[in-house]
Design a protein around this ligand. Structure first.
Ligand SMILES: *Cc1c(COP(=O)(O)O)cnc(C)c1O
Length: 395
């Protein structure tokens, strides 16, 4: 019923960001998809389709669905009102009481809480692991699903996605990745064999820290099953937010390229800085998962974390930064910094954090698309020592 730009298969990711899924306005030939605010659509209609926002099939929702399916190389996609709506609907559409799912140790805090506070309450059995060998060891006859993030938050661990996909296929277990940190520009898990890809579109996909949204991409069959549950759970995104997200997506490839460049430059700068004891960035050859990341990623992303040699310097650093803003969330054009132990991972006990490798002096940076020289200058000044003996060690 909706006029659709024929999706350009085989086109590059930048072209797909701009053109895939656009709703062509036949009346005016406008370059942008119009905003359709209706919640009531004529019925009966020739397609016998009940169009309604909570059925996830209004024109502006379909634009995002088609664009994300094209970018992630899936058959179909579904846009949600938040990343957590996408995560929870996918999991609840597939997992029944008594069934078992395996999750990566270091997931996004909200996903972790969904698993421990909601899924387990519903009688869903849960195991944890750090890599494909540990996931394999945790398999049971009733295992339905394995769920990972790669790169993960906040240590940027990477999981070998081709190996994970092969494990899932061997045992008839669905494999799912939250691809928020990588974005479809840096990593496409579906061609590697992963069954379903999730995004918090709040982050890089929208990219301007002003829309809360989520997406699932998978086969038409899996997206159909998720849609059937989503209609009941109701986590929709309205037309105006869809339109804003569509605009953000048009510059995704360009933004991510700059996020990648700035993060790599900052990672190298921090790694060489005397006040910094450790930098976690999958693009650095010293990162434990660099080889895995190099195999499956086209770029290493805009997220990094690092540790200060002196934990008591954390607050001084945060108060001295002028451009980089202390804030949660990530993936926007502006650079943000946070202390995971105090914020995103504060509900873990100190012992759990220590086991996970999240020290009190660990800082996470969402590297924005400002001029790299300004970002390096901001960190250089904020990290400059006060004692005369070390005054010469920066810049
Ligand atoms: C933010 C985030 C989510 C949750 O998304 P919301 O849009 O905040 O609901 C899920 N996974 C990752 C990796 C995230 O960064």
């Amino acid at each position: 019923m909706n006029p659709i730009t024929p999706e350009p298969p085989g086109h590059g990711l930048s072209t797909l960001c701009i053109h895939a899924g656009t709703h062509v306005d036949q009346a005016t030939g406008g370059a942008c998809s119009p905003i359709f605010t209706s919640t009531a659509y004529a019925f009966p209609n020739p397609a016998n389709e009940t169009i309604y926002p909570r059925h996830f099939n209004t024109p502006n929702q379909q634009v995002i669905n088609r664009k994300l399916a094209a970018l992630e190389k899936g058959e179909a996609a579904l846009v949600f009102g938040s990343g957590m709506a996408a995560v929870s609907t996918l999991l609840l559409a597939h997992l029944n009481p008594g069934e078992h799912a395996i999750f990566q140790n270091d997931l996004y805090g909200g996903s972790m809480q969904l698993i421990t506070r909601e899924l387990q309450r519903l009688g869903i059995q849960v195991s944890w692991g750090a890599n494909v060998d540990q996931f394999a060891a945790a398999l049971r006859p009733e295992t339905r699903l394995i769920y990972v993030e790669s790169p993960s938050n906040p240590l940027l661990h990477c999981v070998d996605l081709a190996e994970l996909a092969a494990l899932g296929k061997r045992h008839g277990v669905m494999t799912v990745i939250d691809n928020t940190f990588a974005t479809p520009i840096n990593q496409n898990p579906i061609p590697l064999g992963i069954d379903a890809v999730l995004h918090s579109a709040t982050k890089y996909l929208n990219g301007h820290s002003d829309v809360n949204a989520g997406v699932v991409v998978s086969s038409a069959e899996v997206v159909g099953r998720i849609t059937a549950s989503a209609v009941h759970f109701g986590g929709t995104l309205d037309a105006h937010a869809c339109s804003q997200l569509e605009r953000g997506l048009k510059t995704l490839a360009l933004r991510v390229q700059r996020h990648n460049e700035n993060a790599e430059t900052l990672a190298r700068f921090l790694a060489a800085h005397p006040a910094v004891s450790r930098v976690n960035y999958p693009g650095l050859p010293g990162h434990p998962d660099h080889a895995i990341a190099a195999r499956q990623m086209r770029g290493y992303g805009g997220m990094l974390s690092f540790e200060l040699r002196q934990p008591e310097q954390v607050d001084r650093l945060l108060s001295r930064l002028r451009i980089v803003m202390p804030a949660l969330s990530l993936g926007g054009v502006e650079s943000l910094i946070c202390v995971p132990g105090r914020s995103t991972h504060r509900t873990m006990t100190p012992a759990e954090r220590q086991r996970a490798g999240i020290s009190d002096s660990l800082l996470r940076v969402s590297v924005g698309i400002e001029d790299a020289t300004d970002l390096l200058g901001d960190f250089a000044e904020a990290l400059a020592m006060e004692s005369p003996s070390s005054a010469t060690t920066t810049r």
